[in-house]
Design a protein around this ligand. Sequence first.
Ligand code: NAP
Length: 440
Amino acid sequence: MNPAELHIGIVGAGPSGCYVADALGRKLPGARIDIFDRLPTPFGLVRGGVAPDHQGTKNIARQFERTLGKDGVRFLGNIAIGRDLSYEELKAAYDVLIITIGALEDRRLGIPGETLDGVYGSGQFVGWYNGIPDGRELEPKLDGKSLAIIGNGNVALDIARLLGKTPDELASSDLCAHARTAFEAARIEDIWLIGRRGPAEASFTTAELAEFGELSRVAIQVDPAQLPQILPEGLPEEQRKLAEKNLEVLRTYAAHEEQHNRPVRIHFMFHAAPVAILGEGRARELVLEKTRIEHGRAIPGGETFTIPADTIISAIGYRSTPFSGLPFDEVRGIVANDQGRVEAGVYTVGWCKRGPQGVVPANRADSLAVADLILADLAIHQTGGKPGGALIDSLFAEHGVRPVDFAGWQKINAAEVAAGQGRPREKLARIEDLLAAARG
Ligand code: NAP
């Protein structure tokens, strides 16, 4: 196989797509790589998921930018598979096709009241404040005094922390203007962070948990009785280490002097499983059931209680959204695959391969592993000779589709950075504005 005759298509320009493009570009010099994204902007979760006050994490975008700018690599933004191109057309065009579409759909709580006004999935909510165009018009209700976040992962922490910060504490973030305005107008006094299991089972990472200690207007409430003195038997080593470090931080919070003069309270509440959301048209209360842990699982004990909650955000994980023809595991909500292999010539990487777990660098390891798998397969099977971008370009011409290319993205980037005025950037959050900027 001559790499120069190889055409590689990657669907999704998020971290996994960029990492796999970089790895294959290095190992297959001369291969042509097209990276598609449904949005006019690249970088997936780095732009639309990573918290706007975690700018250090976003620095990885500079490396991805270099990947997209390399010879032989094309960025094709604003191309939705299923709308502008079909899976069959992609397979006809590329010798190697890699699906890295992430996990964009919120998992459902499956409890009564979930569809009431004021109830949001974390994907919707985060997408709204991070300027993902599909979420731009969400305008979440933040007009009540009490807001509950269900889930004990880092996404739940991101949301609570951002809501707890003052405008000054958000000044160096790239939180979108529409979200800044809404956060400043909000009068939330109580934020509940609710875990169905205990603090030893929470999936928060310690650095993220420790950030709460720095919030100037927030009083952190942790019930010391909920913090175990001894960790449960049988925790896997990694979980045990994480639990020890997290408990240390939670103990310092529980021992805090009362911070009476602080206007916002963040309550860490454990062993509480959501049962129902109550309200007439609009969420007003969250019903929870006390749990105990058996063999690592949350077992409801029958005793329920209610907290006020005018806004409820479930941060309980995500599913991928397949396009027509893509082999899909409906139960797990991921692309059906065997270690990254989907079908002959088709591979998958990242959250759509293994579920929504792991920070950005975890996707690098996954991408490198699948790149090696692809190289091993290429060494065995005679591959090559498909038309690649030439077929795609003729289909675009036929259908009147005009992708946003890398130069277009650079124009968007420049416009956003210029509009930042002291902030890292002011994101354009509507498709029409992004396209106008891309087309200069
Ligand atoms: P996560 O870490 O998997 O947490 C999901 C949480 O939802 C868990 O506490 C889980 O509880 C809970 N949950 C699931 N179903 C539930 C239900 N029906 N009722 C109540 N609770 C339920 O997921 P995530 O927070 O969405 O984060 C996804 C990945 O992105 C993670 O790997 C995370 O570390 C990463 N991330 C990292 C950062 C960062 O580094 N700053 C920021 C954001 C996200 P159980 O454990 O009991 O199932």
